[in-house]
Write a protein that binds this ligand. Structure first.
Ligand code: 5GP
Length: 200
């Protein structure tokens, strides 16, 4: 059984990761979302076990101690982490798994799983990014400033990723990501059995 692809997508707050990933899942039937754990409270409409596993700080710290995360990070004063067991199982079963995580977490995954596909999503411009964050209407003036500052710092680390996708329109970003996935699936290293089947 061929192992699935581990796909990591990051992008600064307001880049539109959520929308792009939702649209990507509709078109990529083989792609599974890795549900992260977090200590932040659910936003309206978010469902435990679907969007996130919403945990207490104590439970999260217990899981860190027990080595149950592939990676974890503190983002805006809350913990976020990727449960390890499910990701491993799915990859082993040949499923492609998508992690939508922040830059700190992604940098750790790069060290642990360098065969992963690391995609950084950029906004078309800083002005557009600010407009999108404001447009959400969920931010106070203070949290807006914090998010914009964090966004700049995150964007600076985007150079460490293998691929850059500009989210100008969702359709174009999704088609760029699908092109990356198609090429990754065709890599020689992932298709050794083709040679075996041909008797070489
Ligand atoms: P939000 O609270 O808006 O859902 O997410 C805040 C940030 O946490 C986003 O940048 C998101 O990608 C990141 N995030 C979500 N899940 C994880 C995770 O499991 N690990 C890490 N490192 N970051 C995550």
């Amino acid at each position: 059984m061929k192992e699935g692809l581990l796909v990591v997508i990051s992008g600064a707050s307001g880049t539109g990761k959520g929308t792009v990933c939702a649209s990507l899942f509709k078109e990529e039937a083989k792609l599974a979302f890795s549900v992260s754990a977090t200590t932040r409270s659910p936003r309206e409409g978010e469902v435990d076990g679907v969007n996130y596993y919403f945990l207490s700080k104590e439970k999260f710290e217990e899981m860190i101690e027990a080595g149950e995360f592939l990676e974890w990070a503190k983002v805006y004063d809350n913990y976020y982490g990727t449960p390890l067991k499910k990701v491993k199982e799915r990859l082993k079963n040949g499923e492609d798994v998508l992690l939508e995580i922040d830059v700190q977490g992604a940098l750790n995954v790069m060290k642990l799983m360098p065969d992963g596909v690391f995609i950084f999503l950029l906004p078309p411009s800083m002005e557009e990014l600010e407009r999108r964050i404001k447009g959400r209407g969920t931010e106070t003036e203070e949290s807006l400033k914090k998010r914009l500052g964090a966004a700049k710092a995150e964007i600076a680390l985007g150079e460490k990723y293998t691929y850059i996708v500009v989210n100008d329109t969702v359709d174009k970003a999704v088609s760029d990501i699908r092109a990356i996935l198609a090429a990754e699936r065709l890599k020689t290293i992932r298709n050794a059995e083709c040679f075996e089947e041909l008797g070489r």
